[in-house]
Design a protein around this ligand. Structure first.
Ligand SMILES: Cc1cc2nc3c(=O)[nH]c(=O)nc-3n(C[C@H](O)[C@H](O)[C@H](O)COP(=O)(O)OP(=O)(O)OC[C@H]3O[C@@H](n4cnc5c(N)ncnc54)[C@H](O)[C@@H]3O)c2cc1C
Ligand SMILES: *[C@@H]1O[C@H](CO)[C@@H](O)[C@H](O)[C@H]1NC(C)=O
Ligand SMILES: *[C@@H]1O[C@H](CO)[C@@H](O)[C@H](O)[C@H]1NC(C)=O
Ligand SMILES: *[C@@H]1O[C@H](CO)[C@@H](O)[C@H](O)[C@H]1NC(C)=O
Ligand SMILES: *[C@@H]1O[C@H](CO)[C@@H](O)[C@H](O)[C@H]1NC(C)=O
Ligand SMILES: CC(=O)N[C@H]1CO[C@H](CO)[C@@H](O)[C@@H]1O
Length: 659
């Protein structure tokens, strides 16, 4: 059904592409794609480069641009940071003059001709970003109303596929203004504009294109955005006026049985930056091994996920997503293509794995550990407060909460959701993911909990099913449909709750009370029991709060009125004071996961990175001195501001300026 929908969507949306500016024939006939082939073994990663990575921009290629008379005067726009000191001076001067990144309409924004030349150098990979819902508007600036396309977009809006197959769409669109929502969306202002959607996208199929775009953005003071799937919950893969790099099509996956490095001997995958969670899982299944990715099938693995920790239903066995990565191929802010490993560019390696996506460089592929085949028992259950009243319901959940350290010690991961239904509460455990356990072992682990339910008179539905391998167990557990894609009705926020909070009964009780009181305001709370396997040596900058957690508590902030700044501010205050506030107060040694964070968090440096922040900020200045990469609440983002007016929520619909 989904596959069919996507096919028909692709068919309907063909021709959606608007044209990039054209250039005179005298120029187009003189300009070839700016790229050359380098040997596949020119890397320190220990695995040859993918074909798309051997196509690079080099000094010789830049010299060819300089030597092409028709475009010579524009050649400096595509040169590396280090080519001539004269250029660096030019960039410095420009920076003194221009406080903000330039947006269309600015005097310094590149002329149409320059965009046309850029597209020729890219080999035709440039495309304007058009918000998908524009087909539903009769009088938008895009002038592209089309009832059939609108119907297709409307039908696909809550699926990941619609958005990740588009170069600029966002799965959580509150941060685009919001603009050009589906008509009727509660947050809609009724208009459809470019807003916080990036302006142009490079459909990346090789490294040379990334290098060209990085150089062009840096020399032209353009805002640069790195986008993979558009899953980001805080709008980090879009930006007004930005040139966006679409990494989604770098899909290589290669299995290497005997990889050797200074820190690891064993099987690995080398995988492209566009590989999605389910694609990595499928490849692992095919080779009879296990690999680490998230619970949402379509989250990318080597974009935002492994850049910021990455939790996984296998983390209790193998560690965080970031812990899997042994080597990265990266384009830096200066345009260079380099390798980062624990021994080569080791500081960049450390920062790229934990320091957050879109901040330190552009990853094109990763070499990751793979592990033994893992059998799983998937247990699910549900109950509610309707028959018993709320007290037994809460007592049952408190019992489960008290048991969490034991569940973690027994190497399980779980995803249990409490819903405030107004007239009562619902609880669904879907699933309790018991790795390397039989049904009998799982039942034994859970027996005290179910005895408690029985004693409390709670009736429940239960199912436990055993799978010999991970992938079918995973497929039975999660799908894209579980995650409210396309919604503007809520924002997330999480707390990583440390072991400390189970140390004494009063503290356990206080912690639980904070969660329980949150449900009076939050419509949904999901509790994950999760604890990453201990690593021999920590080689990355993953939030230290992950290393000492027993649970991650995800609270959804329901936004009653997302269409006004006042309504959004109300939601912000509710979240800070009534939803997350009490839990934050009782977990001073906890943190927040930056990838599922409250967009309004004011303590983000400490919450996302703890004691690692200072070193990350130093490395940000080293590897991106010009501030080419910016993301909301990213390392170093406090030097920038998005001037979006007062919207009630931090949008990307404004100029990006130095503070
Ligand atoms: C439905 C849903 C379920 C989720 N489940 C999980 C989960 O189980 N476990 C978990 O840990 N997280 C989970 N997350 C959070 C997820 O890890 C983040 O949203 C993640 O940032 C998505 O990365 P992406 O590359 O797919 O998305 P994008 O929105 O495209 O990118 C996210 C960030 O990464 C940057 N980026 C993208 N590609 C690159 C690249 N090649 N190089 C450098 N930077 C890049 C972008 O600039 C942006 O800042 C979930 C999110 C959603 C929406
Ligand atoms: C300058 O950049 C080119 C890009 O390929 C690289 O080969 C060269 O080593 C760099 N030089 C310095 C001094 O960094
Ligand atoms: C969109 O609509 C809102 C609310 O009506 C209005 O404030 C805003 O100026 C509009 N934006 C554009 C670009 O028309
Ligand atoms: C338990 O779940 C499995 C997998 O979804 C299903 O095949 C089976 O029929 C379920 N058993 C019961 C008793 O519902
Ligand atoms: C903690 O809560 C439980 C109920 O869940 C209660 O029985 C117990 O007395 C409480 N302990 C303290 C120290 O408050
Ligand atoms: C039921 C079960 O497997 N319980 C085990 C959980 O883990 C602890 C120690 O890690 C064991 O002692 C229990 O037997």
């Amino acid at each position: 059904m989904l596959a069919l929908l996507v096919l028909s969507l692709a068919a309907v949306l063909v021709g959606a592409q608007e044209l990039v500016p054209s250039v005179p024939a005298s120029i187009s006939s003189a300009v070839a794609p700016a790229a050359t082939e380098v040997p596949a073994d020119s890397t320190d990663a220990g695995v040859p480069l993918f074909e798309e990575e051997t196509t690079q921009l080099t000094d010789a290629v830049v010299a060819d641009i300089v030597n092409t008379p028709e475009i010579q005067e524009y050649a400096h726009l595509f040169a590396f940071e280090n080519t001539t000191t004269q250029l660096s001076e030019r960039v410095k001067r420009q920076r003194r003059l221009v406080r903000c990144k330039s947006v269309p309409g600015d005097f310094l924004y590149p002329a149409e001709l320059v965009w046309g030349i850029f597209d020729l150098l890219l080999g035709g990979a440039l495309e304007p970003i058009v918000p998908l819902a524009s087909y539903c508007y009769k009088d938008s600036e895009f002038d592209n109303y089309d009832a059939d396309k609108c119907a297709a977009v409307t039908a696909g809006w809550t699926t990941g596929e619609l958005h990740y197959n588009d170069p600029g769409s966002m799965m959580f669109p509150l941060y685009t203004g919001p603009t050009c929502l589906l008509p009727g969306d509660a947050a809609s202002h009724g208009n459809c504009t470019q807003g916080g959607y990036s302006t142009y996208s490079v459909h990346v199929t090789n490294v040379a294109q990334i290098q060209l775009a990085v150089n062009f953005a840096r020399t032209s003071s353009l805002r640069l955005v790195v986008r993979n799937t558009g899953h980001d919950y805080n709008g980090r893969s879009t930006g007004r006026g930005a040139l966006s790099l679409w990494m989604h099509n770098l899909k290589g996956i290669q299995y290497i049985q005997n990889y050797k490095s200074s820190t690891y001997n064993g099987p690995v995958f080398k995988a492209g930056a566009g590989v999605l969670g389910y694609e990595l899982y499928q490849a692992a299944d095919k080779y009879g091994v296990s690999a680490v990715a998230g619970i949402c099938p379509t989250v990318g693995v080597f974009g935002g996920y492994s850049a910021n920790g990455g939790h996984s239903p296998l983390m209790q066995l193998f560690g965080m997503g970031s812990d899997q990565v042994l080597a990265l191929e990266v384009v830096t802010a200066s345009g260079l293509f380099i390798t980062a490993t624990p021994t080569v560019n080791s500081d960049l390696y450390w920062a790229l794995l934990g320091g957050g996506g879109g901040t330190f460089g552009i990853v094109t592929s990763a070499v990751v550990k793979v592990h033994e085949k893992v059998p799983v028992t998937v247990a699910t259950w549900s109950f509610n407060s309707f028959m018993t009243g709320p007290e037994p319901f809460w007592e049952a959940l408190k019992f489960f909460w008290d048991e969490i350290p034991n569940y973690n010690a027994n190497k399980t991961y779980s995803y249990g959701t409490i819903i405030n239904a107004g007239v009562g509460y619902l609880y669904t455990m879907a699933p309790f993911f018991a790795t390397k356990k039989t049904v009998a072992e799982t039942n034994a682990l859970l027996k005290p909990f179910f005895d408690k339910l029985t004693a409390l008179g709670i009736q429940y539905k239960f199912n436990a099913t055993y799978y010999d391998t991970f992938y079918p167990a995973y497929q039975a557990s999660w799908s894209d449909d579980d995650f409210h894609i396309g919604s503007t009705a809520g924002t997330p926020g999480v707390r990583l709750v440390p072991t400390d909070n189970w140390a004494t009964e009063p503290l356990r009780n206080q912690t639980w009370s904070a969660i329980r009181s949150a449900i009076d305001t939050a419509p949904v709370i999901t509790i994950y029991n999760q604890r990453p396997a201990t690593q021999d040596k920590i080689l990355n900058s993953v939030n230290p709060a992950f290393r000492k957690e027993e649970a991650m508590v995800l609270m959804i902030n329901g936004i009653a009125d997302p269409s006004t700044a006042g309504g959004l501010k109300q939601a912000k205050d509710d979240f800070a004071n009534k939803i997350m506030g009490p839990l934050r107060e009782v977990t001073p040694n906890g943190g927040e996961y930056g990838n599922e964070a409250d967009p309004w968090n004011t303590n983000w440096k400490q919450d996302f990175w703890g004691e690692n922040y200072a070193e990350l900020a130093t490395l940000k200045r080293k590897w991106d001195p010009a501030g080419l990469f910016y993301v909301h609440h990213g390392v170093g983002s406090d030097e920038w501001v998005v001037e979006d007016g007062d919207r009630g929520v931090p949008t990307q619909d404004g100029r990006l300026c130095r503070v």
